[in-house]
Design a protein around this ligand. Structure first.
Ligand code: DNO
Ligand code: MN
Length: 358
């Protein structure tokens, strides 16, 4: 398991590279050119700038999260070929600086969704929260406003410029079905995966977050069965999955450990986080510690250990603790503690194996 840490870039993150360097066992940063809109080709100079910054601290840039997919590709419009051409050129440029994995998602219009970015918990910390029922009653415009409440942080997937014409976007998706969306994903993968193979970059689709359709828009990466279908669309190890434990666990009963075993050779990247799912379907992001939430974090790490996972892992969202001023979900403290917890489990499994008493 190769530990990496998401970093949003100079001026776009309260966490610094010198701080990340002091978290035990972090070998690389998970990065992106966040200021570029989906569909734009990434300029070589900008990629190299990040490379130089990372090099100065001994971090690799193996994992990019995300190269976002333009909605015309998800919609299957004729203009998709142009956007796919640009995507392919970006993949080639990323290969040139040694990138090995690209995380992306295929959610129409919205990326991750929460109704509250700062829900106060009993211990005084705050965390991101989703009120399932309230979400049904919220207008998309209101959600965009809530998520962008702090203009100091640009929220990936919630770019106000992109969402400025939200009603037209909904209009464009009118009548879209899960089957058509999956066909559009297939079209994208059939063009991109051969290039990924050539460049030795594994594409890793992120599950829908939350894992159910929203605002009448279909979502197609949210269960073991749906993931199985997507991995078969193009049956190559380069068509992979970002296994995000928090996203997939919002549907109770989802067997994440089973997925790790079933999809073992198709998981280049893992997001590990815990959430607590309530009986009414609401959920809150908790500390990584297993007993704080409903995700079998120990089982997940054990399954990764069992398959001798050699891919990349990062702690996913954490709580905001110790009065840290940071991006919701992406503070230093709780994610650093999460890493130590994950290493604790991993190292004790290693020791057990080493002593021959598996
Ligand atoms: C949620 C996060 C997501 C993720 C994007 C990937 O679990 O990991 O915001 O970064 O959906 O495209
Ligand atoms: Mn995730």
């Amino acid at each position: 398991m190769r530990m990496v840490f998401r970093w949003f870039g100079t001026g776009n993150d309260t966490v610094t590279l010198p701080q990340i360097r002091q978290i035990p066992g972090v070998e690389g940063i998970v990065w992106a050119l966040h200021h570029l809109p989906a569909g734009e080709e990434w300029p070589q100079e900008e990629i190299e700038k990040i490379k130089n910054q990372a090099d100065a601290f001994g971090f690799h840039l193996d994992v990019v999260e995300s190269v976002n997919i333009h909605d015309d590709i998800k919609l299957g419009l004729p203009s998709r070929d142009l956007y796919i051409d640009r995507y392919i050129r970006t993949i080639r440029k990323l290969a040139a600086v040694g990138v090995k994995t690209i995380c992306y998602n295929f959610m129409p219009i919205f990326d991750w969704v929460r109704t509250d970015l700062h829900k106060r918990m009993e211990d005084g910390s705050t965390a991101m929260f989703l009120d399932k029922q309230a979400l049904e009653g919220i207008q998309p415009e209101e959600l965009i406003r809530r998520i962008n409440e702090n203009p100091a942080f640009s929220m990936p997937g919630w770019e106000p410029e992109r969402l400025a014409h939200i009603s037209q976007m909904f209009e464009a998706y009118r009548g879209m079905t899960a089957d058509r969306l999956r066909d559009n994903l297939r079209y994208f993968l059939e063009r991109v995966i051969p290039v990924a193979e050539e460049c030795d970059i594994r594409m890793a689709i992120h599950p829908d977050d939350p894992p159910w359709p929203l605002f009448g828009l279909p979502r197609i990466v949210n269960s073991r069965d749906s993931i199985r279908r997507i991995l078969k669309l193009v049956d190559s190890p380069y068509n992979g999955l970002t296994l995000c434990t928090g996203s997939l666990s919002a549907n109770r009963g989802e067997d994440i450990v089973g997925m790790i075993h079933e999809f073992a050779d198709r998981i280049p990247f893992v997001h590990i986080r815990n959430i607590k799912v309530y009986d009414n379907g609401d959920f809150i992001e908790t500390s990584h510690r297993m007993r704080d939430g409903t995700v079998d974090i120990c089982g997940v790490v054990k399954a990764l250990h069992d398959i001798q996972f050699k891919g990349y892992a990062r702690p996913d969202h954490g709580r905001q603790i110790w009065d840290e001023h940071c991006r919701p979900g992406y503070g230093l403290y709780d994610r650093a503690m999460g890493i130590m917890y994950l290493w604790g489990i991993w190292d004790s499994l290693e020791q057990t194996r080493g002593s021959g008493s598996q």
